[in-house]
Ligand binder design. Sequence first.
Ligand code: FAD
Length: 513
Amino acid sequence: MAPASAIKQILVVGGGSAGWLTACHLARQLQCQQPGSVQVTLLESSDIPTIGVGEGTVPAIRQSLQYLGISETDFIRECDATFKQGIKFVGWRQAVSGLPHHYYHPFDYPEQQSVALTPYYLLNPGTDSFANRLTIQGRVCDAGLAPKTISHCEYDGLCNYAYHLDAAKFAAFLTRHATEKLGVKHVKANVRAVRQHADGSLASVLTDTAGDISADFFVDCTGFRSLLLGETLQVPFISKNDILLADQAVAMQIPYAEPDSPIPSYTLATAQAAGWIWDIGLSKRRGTGYVYSSQFADADTAERTLRQYLGPAAAALPCRHIPMQVGYRQSFWQKNCVAIGLSQGFVEPLEATGLLVYDAAARYLAELLPLDTRLLPAAAAQFDQHVHYAWDRVIDFIKLHYVLSDRRDSLFWQANRLPETIPASLQAKLSRWQQQLPSQYDFASRFEIFNLDNYLYVLYGMDFTTDLTLRRSCYPEHAVAERHFSQIRQQACQAVQQLPAHRQLLAQIQQYR
Ligand code: FAD
């Protein structure tokens, strides 16, 4: 017989992407650990919509989908998904000779090669961009190509990739997978009140149409509202808006001009006076939005900026204004309740960190969760420590994009470089990296969300200077490095011949039996 302290019922409240990902991870893990002894239930409101944005991902999503037993073909077909090979940043530095500055943060990670190529690029930069010297992926993106062919296996490709997806369809797809394949129970009702035990831990949620639902462990996936952790358990929210100034978004979905318009296999992030615009190509439409700071632009100006960017095609289309809470909860796990998703934390979606952090946190929770309530405090302390670390590193990385900008054309860009807005952890690294290269030791934790390669692409894509003059003799392998650079150029030419157009591959996947 299970002890009185055993966890037998887990209730996930909230059915956005975060809620369903968490339910899938918990159910998948519990299937292996204790088949049939723990029931995962997901409760969501039919009246309160999900946030409905969140279309960009990073490559780690592939491991998760595969681990959860999801077919890539089904996922692509049902979520209108497309391939994402990185992010193209336009205008994040001042234009040179009238041409807008641009660079790629691609997903291929060449520093894992035997010879670290970065110092050789810095010692002899030439005319090619940093990304183009180190990987073929920028050229593949520029040519409008997919990262793989139809003959590659699921989740495998010539280039590393993630996806763009329709957030509402993704949540619906995960709903089917969780309920049909992983045994998650699905309840639709509104939570009207939350009942607590005498020690403050959660006992049940009282709903309008499904009665009182009790559980031993609760996951708060109720979005920005944070109904369980924030409202009920009163865990304060720590704002990081003093570091990351963007706190609003205006979003718009827009059809393609023609049914066969090319679909970029990257997210386009174009800097504006008070923030930046995302432009994402899904298989059936584009998803776009202006992420901006309300200190430097009002809602009307922001909407006008987005409409101007989109041109006449957007004139009659509706848009949605979305306030963003930037920061995270002081604690993510209190007593028998953990928050995952927007209820846990959020920063502007520049590097698609939402799903990335929520998915990683959900998988971590699934592995860490003890099935004996007496062990919860130790697990909570560990989870809190590690997930806080992850959020702080995410904030450093997003801030990096602004700190490296030399734009002076608006107060927003100037304010972003004020020393008091820059975290000390980031400032210390940048000071050191002016004289020595970033190294793997700078990213030593298992809970790094962004690693060496991600930093290198942004640093040197944005023309950061590391002075290697005094260390020149540490890098004697010029000939070997040059051979690598030349191979990369050749591989790029071959790849451009071999890979199909992005839209063509998506059409093949739709037809593939
Ligand atoms: P939500 O989608 O808000 O879901 C909340 C759920 O809680 C809903 O099901 C609702 O019905 C339920 N609920 C609330 N109250 C109750 C109640 N009383 N009773 C019952 N149920 C209740 N992430 C990325 O990874 N990539 C991106 O490109 C990206 N872009 C973004 C752009 C913007 C402008 C914003 C704001 C976010 C973006 N994100 C992005 C983050 C992304 O939106 C989230 O990753 C994702 O949608 C998860 O949201 P969620 O599930 O936490 O919350």
